[in-house]
Write a new protein. Structure first.
Length: 240
């Protein structure tokens, strides 16, 4: 087993001390503050959130998938590809899209495996051409989808939303939703508000078929740091 570094060990000890008397995890604002204190890498670490849900994603009626605009963005420069016909390509460029086109990018993705972008946005009329790219885009989570707002007739608005901090998410096969909600350089308040906005959207999307406890656990972590457990009752609070 690999030996943990000194920074990681110190961070883990600080977290263990904080949660020692906290049954079920820390309040979200306290966890956000602790994340700041334990981010000790020499680069601006990502702040991630993991939520374990009481759903079975094997059943379509228990799938949790959507998008949410984080109040303070993600702190990342998101590279956006827009596939649409010439009529809307100018609007996409004006809105800040990094890559814009159609047939040239479809061929590049299909034949060369091109995936040098973070989000793909497409208009409904070109989806028949994009459908055959699922084998390349699907495993990477890059396939545009109406539920996440990446298949739309208003590409300009979609580009602006993604660039300003909108993120897409989807529960994995183990029932966990994982995403980045900011950077360690964010203030405690920014991390807290981004996390709360994400949790609220997860709670809002609770499937009717989900029975029993819906939010089973919530943790915050940084790229190089240990996880901080959050009181899962934050899910009930977010629903109010």
């Amino acid at each position: 087993m690999a030996k943990k570094g000194k920074r990681y060990t110190q961070a883990a000890e600080l977290i263990a001390s904080a949660v020692e008397d906290a049954e079920g995890g820390l309040p979200l604002d306290t966890a956000a503050d602790l994340i700041k204190k334990t981010a000790r890498a020499k680069f601006d670490e990502s702040v991630d959130i993991d939520i374990r849900l009481g759903v079975d994603p094997r059943h379509a009626d228990q799938m949790v998938r959507g998008s949410v605009a984080l109040p303070h963005g993600t702190g990342k420069d998101v590279r956006v590809l827009v596939l649409t016909n010439e009529g809307q390509q100018g609007d996409a460029r004006d809105a800040g899209a990094d890559l814009v086109g159609l047939d040239d990018f479809v061929d590049k993705i299909q034949n060369d495996g091109f995936t040098d972008f973070d989000v793909m946005i497409a208009t409904p009329d070109v989806m028949p051409k994009i459908g055959r790219l699922g084998r390349v885009l699907g495993p990477r989570g890059l396939m545009p989808n109406p539920k996440s707002g990446t298949v739309t007739t208003d590409v300009a608005a979609a580009v602006k939303a993604v660039k300003s901090g909108q993120i897409d998410f989807r529960v994995d096969k183990t029932g966990i939703v994982h995403t980045s909600i900011g950077k360690s350089s964010f203030s405690t308040e920014q991390i807290h508000e981004n996390a709360l906005a994400f949790i609220k959207e997860i709670v809002r999307l609770r499937p009717a078929a989900a029975k029993g406890a819906y939010v089973k656990s919530v943790t915050l972590s940084t790229t190089m740091g240990p996880a901080v457990p959050v009181d899962r009752s934050v899910g009930a609070s977010a629903a109010r």
